[in-house]
Design a protein around this ligand. Structure first.
Ligand SMILES: CCCCCCCCCCCCC[C@@H](O)CC(=O)SCCNC(=O)CCNC(=O)[C@H](O)C(C)(C)COP(=O)(O)OP(=O)(O)OC[C@H]1O[C@@H](n2cnc3c(N)ncnc32)[C@H](O)[C@@H]1OP(=O)(O)O
Length: 242
């Protein structure tokens, strides 16, 4: 029996060929991207364990891993692009909020305020992110290669139940710890009078950022719970955005 493609016109065949080529290129890129990201977060995990075993303290750990963390977390901005161009079936908004809030935590909070880098809360969110990302990127990699071990799938869609709140606690405690330093230094703030006639207070911005977890985090968490039901229990779940 002839396939639909064999029956189709030359134009249809060309469209199908284009789709196949785009699919192959996208798959190759995503496989490379996910392997690179798994490796990056694994390097981070090994560096953290080695540092702790050698020094016996978490003090100085953040400084030791800061470059690698900044590099791989910033690289994750590409994920917003992946959704925008449609090579992964994920919402740009959900991914954008997740990635941008992490980049904000890394660059504009932890990296900018040296005095908080030895806080336990920093280690908490970095460890939680690292475990999560090793699992998430290896899930995507094995999935793309059609060899997904069940325990990775299970871990991807169960660990977040505990890891997400733990990560949020670490992030919120870190922002909270930074408030006195930000208030004292007036960093990233613009006071009146100035030539632009605009005022901006980073201290209040941080408080608003903390408050914005209240409406935003539950949406990310419930999104993951819906993904869990879809992937692990085969339920058909309709996302409001879709
Ligand atoms: C600028 C001021 C900022 C102010 C602050 C604002 C605060 C906002 C609150 C934010 C709180 C965030 C806290 C957070 O940082 C804490 C932590 O992360 S703690 C650690 C625990 N975290 C997690 O477990 C993360 C969970 N989140 C995610 O996994 C992603 O971020 C999310 C975007 C939510 C994932 O959702 P997604 O819809 O992508 O789910 P899936 O993984 O199931 O994927 C859906 C389909 O897309 C395919 N896909 C996705 N990515 C890829 C890829 N890279 N390669 C290949 N394929 C990919 C996936 O396979 C699925 O395909 P299919 O549908 O065919 O199965």
């Amino acid at each position: 029996m002839a396939s639909g493609e064999e029956d189709g016109t030359v134009e249809e065949k060309e469209t199908n060929n284009k789709k196949r080529t785009k699919g192959a290129i996208a798959t190759a890129w995503l496989t490379f991207y996910n392997i690179a990201m798994t490796a990056g977060w694994l390097v981070l995990a090994v560096a953290m364990v080695r540092y702790y075993l050698q020094k016996g303290t978490h003090k100085g750990l953040y400084r030791n891993i800061a470059r690698t963390l900044k590099f791989f977390q910033t690289f994750a901005l590409l994920e917003v692009g992946h959704c925008a161009i449609g090579i992964v079936r994920t919402s740009v908004i959900v991914t954008g909020v997740q990635v941008c809030s992490r980049i904000f935590m890394v660059w504009f909070v932890t990296n900018s305020i040296r005095q908080i880098q030895n806080e336990e809360s920093v280690i908490l969110f970095v460890v939680v992110w690292t475990i999560t990302e090793i699992t998430r990127y290896s899930f995507y990699t094995f999935n793309l290669l059609n060899h997904l071990p069940y325990f990775i799938k299970w871990a991807r869609y169960n660990m977040f139940i505990v890891m997400y709140p733990l990560g949020v606690i670490g992030e919120l405690l870190t922002i909270h710890a930074s408030l006195p330093y930000v208030r004292r230094s007036g960093m990233y703030s613009l006071r009146l009078p100035n030539k632009y006639n605009v005022s901006f207070d980073y201290y209040y911005f941080l408080i608003i950022a903390m408050l914005s977890y209240i409406p935003l985090f539950p949406q990310l968490y419930f999104h993951m719970l819906r993904q869990r039901r879809r992937v692990l229990h085969g339920e058909i779940v309709v996302d409001k955005e879709e």
